[in-house]
Design a protein around this ligand. Sequence first.
Ligand SMILES: CCCCCCCCCCC/C=C/C(=O)SCCNC(=O)CCNC(=O)[C@H](O)C(C)(C)COP(=O)(O)OP(=O)(O)OC[C@H]1O[C@@H](n2cnc3c(N)ncnc32)[C@H](O)[C@@H]1OP(=O)(O)O
Length: 290
Amino acid sequence: MLRSKILNRIRLLKPVIDRRCMSSASKTPLTLLEVDDKSGIATLSLNRPPVNSLNIDLMNSIIESITEIEGNKSRGLILTSANDRVFCAGLDLNELHKPNQERLKEFWAVFQDVWLALHLCSVPTAAAINGHAPAGGCLLATACEYRVMLPQMTIGLNETQFGYMAPKWVMLSYLSVLPRRLAERALTQGKLFTTAEALDVGLVDEIAASKEEALAKCSTFIDSFSKANPLARSLTKKQIREPDVQKLIADRAGDLKECLEYINSPLLQDGLGAYFEALKQKSRSKAGKS
Ligand SMILES: CCCCCCCCCCC/C=C/C(=O)SCCNC(=O)CCNC(=O)[C@H](O)C(C)(C)COP(=O)(O)OP(=O)(O)OC[C@H]1O[C@@H](n2cnc3c(N)ncnc32)[C@H](O)[C@@H]1OP(=O)(O)O
């Protein structure tokens, strides 16, 4: 009964995700998808310069790639970045700052979809975190089952640093990896963990000296399921993740409504504007353009 319920629910989910995927074809390859013909493992690289910030097109491209990977019977999915400094800078702040309301609704729905698609992905998933992973970038990493990170990077849900509170389902993704008391402290502080700190608290599982080593460690993790029946493995993962996923699926409209009110509040818009301006200023001074 529960199995068919889960499968039906996933089928219900899929049409939403598939329809969304067809609607936006990006001109440049925002994601690069390679399947190793020996191992059968797919590597999905985020490829939206300069920092893989998540806009509607990139998130649709990620969803499309996950749907393709699940359809082509890849043995596993490794999520990484084509950029050697940044894994993913999180949500594109241009989508949140002084937003077009219709676009913001679509943006938020796709954000919900990309988390659901990755969190419920039927094949084993691992993140080779070869760059900084703040906020939404950290969410993509925690949606994966395993995380390998390079040194001297940072990762964490830093929303309170720019005046926001993460939605319940984003917090649940953190709580699926960190003990509650630590997750609460890190969320309220808006903490960005260094690679060493992240390993220490269990936010990442291993450290690798290079991207190649990180990819190899992720492949080893995926190979650890070689003796498990793929369908049984997938259903087991979905059953364990079902309660968290349900909290979003049961009230996607409510989550959207709450987010729109929150993002559009003048106080938060002012805070976000100041944060974004500081980012741009830092970038200009780095490039000697101040
Ligand atoms: C109850 C209801 C709840 C409502 C919820 C409201 C919304 C909360 C949603 C919760 C989930 C997720 C939220 C997010 O992800 S918001 C985004 C948070 N991201 C960050 O804080 C990261 C900011 N960026 C950085 O820290 C650095 O850029 C980074 C470490 C990633 C890279 O540093 P580096 O020095 O390599 O690069 P620069 O900083 O010089 O940046 C290069 C250019 O990229 C632009 N940039 C950077 N980050 C973003 C971004 N997230 N969106 C858009 N643009 C970004 C930066 O401005 C530079 O651009 P210019 O060269 O043109 O100035």
